[in-house]
Design a protein around this ligand. Structure first.
Ligand SMILES: Nc1nc2c(c(=O)[nH]1)N[C@@H](CNc1ccc(C(=O)N[C@@H](CCC(=O)N[C@@H](CCC(=O)N[C@@H](CCC(=O)O)C(=O)O)C(=O)O)C(=O)O)cc1)CN2
Ligand code: MET
Ligand SMILES: [Zn+2]
Length: 753
């Protein structure tokens, strides 16, 4: 038996890579120093895996920004302008990741998207007529040789051609077929080069196989690999999948000349039955039995029983997906032992693989006994009152009265807002100073009172700035929050949070997902203090700002001993209490962010409703069903690819929704128009993910485009997401252009009347 993992977190135990990279961006660290940090982190990782007894150690799972970007870069799929720019390879790479403005030119970054159903973002390769894939040697081979020089023969990993093309964007009327031949040559060269370098195995990641596949896609895949695999020489190929099962293509996969198949037995509902339907004796199954996405200890008995039911001769134990999605180690956390023993972060999962391997060979039965203890009795006491409350919910609890159109008229009278009302999405820049004061308060260097008055001062400054800038609906700025989900976790009973449980979200940015430990209850008001303070400073309405239950769930580590539906409804009741508190304290507009609602939509269409929307949409409705007709409920989604679920979004029954603009803006507006979307909309009028300041003229143009698709009386004007990652100067400049643009378009509309 053998153990392996698909990939490991690369940011380092103390986020060393983040800090080094950000220093490089600020030019306080040289390229050599950054490369040296990368090298050191890789060595540490390989040695850690070796010491933990992992038999097959991956390489090239490391990345300075993103693995799909690495893959595109390896195959020279970069725009001509960047390829020929007077920049180092490293700076060309970062130019694709973050854009570049300087002496070598002015390049836009590639867009970012959510990686399948995770909170990790990949860079979307932009393919066009001048894209010519070719293998350039580079990182994958260098890292293999680097490990080899340390005496570790790794298994290099690479994203496969099918997934690469499935996730890329085709410009200038190009299509997959335009790139197939070049890609075939590029992957052939890669295989042969790694084989010559002495590699024994290559891991090719094809997670896109877990989507619903068309016959054309299946054909493309089979044809491609039928041509590629004969070129592998003595190199063994592991075809690695994750985030689901491969039901549409399993029968093809087992016929192709792969040496190993990596299948997900955690999220892949049909994986076990597919394997039971037949697995070739000459192939190795890389069984993904240790959950790469959640932080709970593996249930050894269940895993062993599952493994024994698989008719497989050659078996390697593995994780369900890369460990990128869990924090580095639980070792440094100060949970009580009774709590800690239930957790396995990345490092602890290595031990689990090792123990499962031993147990399968009938060694160390005492490890099984220790593990069984963890699950012998319920981990937490349930809250009977909460349970009863959920059991007693009726249709009325999910249905706001009166209906949308009636409320709309009441709210118009109540709020008296102009046409095209202006607002922002919630957060203002989380400056160094804000983070420093919060850190000082955590370290008891300043008192809670000092911290509170500091936050209030920020609120005061920004309220007065928003008034001067001419905003119609103001926000308090979210200065008290480290993160829109972690903050709520920290204020709800039933949650635990880590000190250092960072998980990469994109590039150098990370999150510390809070852990749902038990039943979740709101013990006391969370945001009321800040919102009412902000409202006391102005006659304009201040929007209360909350995170919705689905997003809190999706960006937390959920329990495995409670259904996601039940857990989300607990959260919904907690946030409902907060909504009602805000309302009773005079807050007239309340925004309930559901930024992550789209992200966790199941990858297969047949699961959309039954597995998700059927409880996620009611959860949101539950949160606001009891507010007065006068109270206006807003929501926000920053992932705008919800064209397919527009009726579900309308069915949230919010009064106003704001969403990401970026490139898909017009497309979504058209879909809203044709599907008769009723909710009022604030399509973001500029992209906040870039420091670039949009001109007033650009925003005016954007607004005119929006007004072609949506009646003016239904339109709100706002940026496309919160401003916490932006600098103060660019934020103010952009927002002044936004209010000026709104005023200009308003005048145009009034002149038309
Ligand atoms: N959970 C979540 N997922 C999300 C988003 C989101 O907002 N939240 N937004 C979308 C995009 N994803 C994002 C993810 C992270 C960040 C981000 O800004 N992360 C920050 C950390 C934010 C944070 O938690 N900050 C804490 C802790 C900051 C910190 O590291 N402090 C230092 C000290 C700071 C100092 O002295 O200057 C320390 O503790 O060592 C705080 O403000 O309190 C980062 O990686 O740098 C932005 C967007 C999608 N997914
Ligand atoms: C990632 S969605 C962000 C919404 C939140 N209210 C903010 O402005 O930061
Ligand atoms: Zn957003």
């Amino acid at each position: 038996m053998t153990t392996t993992i698909i990939g490991f977190p690369r940011i380092g135990a103390q986020r060393e890579l983040k800090f080094a990279t950000e220093k490089y961006f600020k030019q306080t660290l040289t390229a050599e120093q950054l490369l040296a940090t990368g090298k050191q982190l890789r060595q540490q990782q390989w040695q850690l895996l070796k010491k933990a007894g992992i038999d097959q150690i991956p390489s090239n799972d490391f990345s300075f920004y993103d693995n799909l970007l690495d893959t595109a870069f390896l195959f020279h799929a970069l725009p001509k302008a960047i390829a020929t720019a007077d920049l180092s390879d490293l700076d060309k790479y970062f130019a694709l990741a973050r854009g570049y403005q300087g002496t070598a030119g002015d390049f836009k970054a590639w867009p970012m998207k959510k990686w399948f159903n995770t909170n990790y973002h990949y860079l979307v390769p932009q393919l066009s007529k001048d894209t010519k894939f070719r293998y350039t040697g580079g990182k994958i081979k260098a890292e293999f040789l680097e490990a080899l020089s340390l005496g570790i023969k790794t298994r290099p990993t690479i994203i496969g051609p099918f997934t690469l093309l499935r996730l890329a964007e085709f410009n200038e009327h190009t299509a997959a077929k335009d790139f197939t031949n070049d890609l075939l040559q590029a992957y052939t060269d890669l295989l042969q080069d790694l084989c010559a370098a002495g590699a024994e195995w290559l891991q090719i990641d094809e997670p896109a196989l877990v989507y619903d596949l068309t016959p054309q896609e299946i054909n493309w895949f089979a044809n491609f690999y039928r041509q590629l695999l004969p070129q592998k020489g003595t190199l063994k190929i592991l075809l690695q999948t994750y985030f689901g099962d491969v039901r549409d293509i399993y029968s093809e996969l087992i016929k192709l000349d792969f040496d190993g198949l990596g299948l997900d037995l955690i999220e892949g509902k049909q994986t076990a039955s597919l394997i039971q339907s037949g697995f070739p004796t000459d192939k190795t199954l890389f069984a993904g039995v240790v959950n790469g996405k959640n932080i709970w200890r593996n249930h050894y008995q269940k895993t062993l029983t599952l493994l024994k039911q698989l008719p497989v001769q050659k078996l390697v134990l593995s994780t369900s997906c890369s460990l990128l999605h869990v924090p580095y180690s639980v070792a440094g956390e100060d949970f009580p032992t009774a709590v800690k023993k239930h957790f396995a972060f990345a490092q602890e999962k290595l031990l689990e693989l090792n123990q499962l391997d031993q147990l399968l060979q009938q060694h160390h039965p005492e490890w099984l006994a220790v593990n069984q203890q963890l699950f012998a009795q319920p981990r937490v006491k349930e809250d009977p009152v909460l349970k009863e409350k959920i059991a007693q919910l009726t249709t009325a609890d999910f249905s706001r009265q009166p209906d949308f159109q009636t409320r709309r008229k009441i709210q118009q009278t109540e709020l008296n807002l102009p046409l095209l009302p202006t607002t922002t999405i919630g957060s203002f820049p989380q400056t160094k100073e804000v983070k420093k004061m919060r850190a000082a308060w955590h370290k008891h260097e300043i008192s809670a009172a000092d911290y509170e008055s500091f936050v209030k001062q920020q609120i005061k400054n920004w309220i007065s700035w928003q008034e001067k800038a001419g905003f119609d609906v103001l926000v308090h700025g979210e200065f008290e929050r480290n993160d829109m989900v972690e903050y709520f976790g920290q204020h709800l009973a039933g949650y635990l949070f880590t000190q250092n449980g960072w998980v990469q979200s994109y590039g150098t940015r990370g999150v510390k997902p809070p852990i749902i430990w038990g039943d979740v209850v709101r013990k006391k008001p969370i945001t009321v203090k800040w919102s009412t303070y902000a409202q006391s400073l102005t006659a304009k309405p201040v929007k209360g700002m909350l995170t919705g239950p689905v997003t809190i769930l999706n960006w937390s580590f959920p329990r495995e001993d409670l259904s996601l539906k039940e857990a989300t409804w607990q959260l919904a009741l907690a946030i409902q209490a907060e909504v009602l508190d805000l309302e009773s304290h005079g807050i007239k507009i309340i925004q309930i962010d559901e930024a992550a609602l789209r992200e966790k939509l199941p990858l297969r269409k047949s699961d959309w409703d039954s597995e998700y929307l059927a409880w996620a949409i009611p959860a949101f409705r539950l949160v606001h069903s009891k507010v007065k007709p006068q109270t206006q409920i807003h929501t926000h989604m920053c992932y705008s690819e919800f064209g397919d679920i527009i009726p579900a979004i309308d069915n949230l029954d919010a009064d106003v929704i704001s969403f990401e603009a970026s490139r898909s803006n017009l497309e979504i507006l058209e879909q809203l128009q044709t599907q008769h979307f009723k909710t009022l909309v604030g399509p973001g009028v500029y992209d906040i993910h870039s420091p670039r300041v949009p001109t007033k003229a650009e925003i005016v143009t954007e607004l005119r485009e929006i007004l072609k698709k949506v009646p003016a009386k239904n339109v709100w004007v706002n940026p496309d997401c919160g401003l916490k990652t932006r600098g103060v100067k660019e934020t103010k400049a952009s927002l002044l252009n936004l209010t000026a643009a709104a005023q200009e378009v308003r005048r145009e509309l009034q002149a038309d009347d």
